[in-house]
Design a protein around this ligand. Sequence first.
Ligand code: WT7
Length: 650
Amino acid sequence: MSDQKVYPVKPEFADSAWINNEKYLQMYQQSVINPEGFWREQAEQRIDWIKPFTRVRNVSFDDHNVDIKWFEDGTLNASANCLDRHLETRGDQVAIIWEGDDPDQDRHITYKELHEEVSRFANALRGQGVRKGDIVCIYMPMIPEAAVAMLACTRIGAVHSVVFGGFSPDALAGRIEDSNAKIVITSDEGVRAGKRVPLKANVDEALTNPAIRSLEKVIVVKRTGSDVAWHAHRDVWYHDLISLASPHCPAEEMGAEDPLFILYTSGSTGKPKGVLHTTGGYMVWASITHQYVFDYHDGDIYWCTADVGWITGHTYLLYGPLANGGTTLMCEGVPNYPDINRFSQIVDKHQVNILYTAPTAIRSLMAEGSKAVEGTHRESLRLLGSVGEPINPEAWEWYYRTIGEERCPVVDTWWQTETGGIMITPLPGATDTKPGSATLPFFGVQPALVDNTGMLLEGAVEGNLVMIDSWPGQARSVFGDHERFVQTYFSTFRGMYFTGDGARRDEDGYYWITGRVDDVINVSGHRMGTAEVESALVAHPKVAEAAVVGYPHDIKGQGIYVYVTLNAGEESSEELVKELRNWVRAEIGPIAAPDLIQITPGLPKTRSGKIMRRILRKIAANEHESLGDISTLADPSVVESLIDKRLNRG
Ligand code: WT7
């Protein structure tokens, strides 16, 4: 749309930015014309290698042989790159600012202190039998020990698998089982918005699952001090281990392609998959994107609000900022507790310069209008970032005007768990922005749009978003199932990485992400496989069939709309609706709790028995006027009753 509002780069920002427009064009050209040269230079400059690499890339996207390697003969250690190499120049600089759920609690941890704690805990893990290549599950609240645990794994070459603390015991059990984790690190409880989250009890419950055979120890951090059940043969206190461990722990020499971590994410089918990231390429990607996208300079206070349980928490709370010797703020709480202006208060309290958050948080604050900033001035802010879902232009404008007072550029960053880091984004000193567009590719990123047959589309069009070549931060596999990796990402369109997203490209070459084109929905920036919610629902004794779709939701972006049919003899009731909502909450976690549940006598199916989701999506969106052709349905009358009893009426 040519009538779209454009916000030109601020000249005063461009003057002092790492990358201005001219530099972006020149470096982007170089990064795609000569990727070997470009990435050789970046990787040599940014990362301390133990043994330098000679080979830059070795990549095949051919679906018979998907193989992705970067810097493959080099060796390094990620924790040494985040800690040890900064000690000489910035040992006393604050690495992590921790802000508690309670505004009266905070901590400042210097690089020296973090290095020592990580080294102690790394030794402790070794003492518990953890070896290079072992999987360690981290199920923690947002406390500094979560970062310590991740870096300690990295230090000894163990592979962390962080599971979001909001997931249920069942969801946790599935991830422990799939990864064969040997250790779980957790805390007695978490604290969020004044409420306690029973993490240790959840672990205990998860571990009653007989399918879990790999697990040896549970290490427990004391956060609240509440009583927890104790299994003496299995459970160990973190503080006991730390106090006994030596603060000297040489970092393990890791191959660039050795696994760094796995992180489970939902897809359109099956169980969540453990997306596997390796060491060298990921660290290069985390470092370069964090520096240039956030225009990070020494001394900046940087705040990414994501939980460590998500990829954003991995790359932009921890690895990126620490690789760059930055100061990263970690917040235990939520944006509106205890006061609606908490976000802004934290910005003022810690003099935050760069804020990176999600549209859902922005919209929930926007709903409160000026109350969200009352009594605060936010003068320290220089840059605002957004991630996780499409940001609607209204929310973008509000973020820009109300939070940033029209002073701070907004970077809307598109990427995925699988991409390791930011892919399509403005650079604040280089790219004119248009609210709602993630704009242009980062260095080395080659996006393209294809039609459903895989034909490349040129010019201003809409299509399926693919990447036609590799970048260093790309996921290498699905843990334990490389075939699934190939199937999911490389088989839909031959020779290309398929993102699962649709996008439009405008006449300036800007990308506008339109959302998922598969059966994945995005609820408050959290990715949810509709199949996962469906399988939780059909596990309920009263449910016969379930179909789950997303629908537009003012705050969450998408809400979860559920259609269920009941087993013969079961009656629909308010009670049952409540019961089903709680059921899903318990099976997966609160983030999966359905917003709307429509109990219905039938679902729209084709004669071959396939549920027609297109119709269900339309009805859920209150767009039943434009259902399109329903003549192929086995029983078109089902639709009438669905529309009649629909739950979203605008
Ligand atoms: C999916 C990836 C990126 C880290 C957090 C989510 C959607 C993400 C944007 C954006 C429009 C976005 C996509 C993507 N998404 N960022 N700026 N604009 N959509 O990671 O859980 O792997 O989800 O989130 O649909 O595929 P994730």
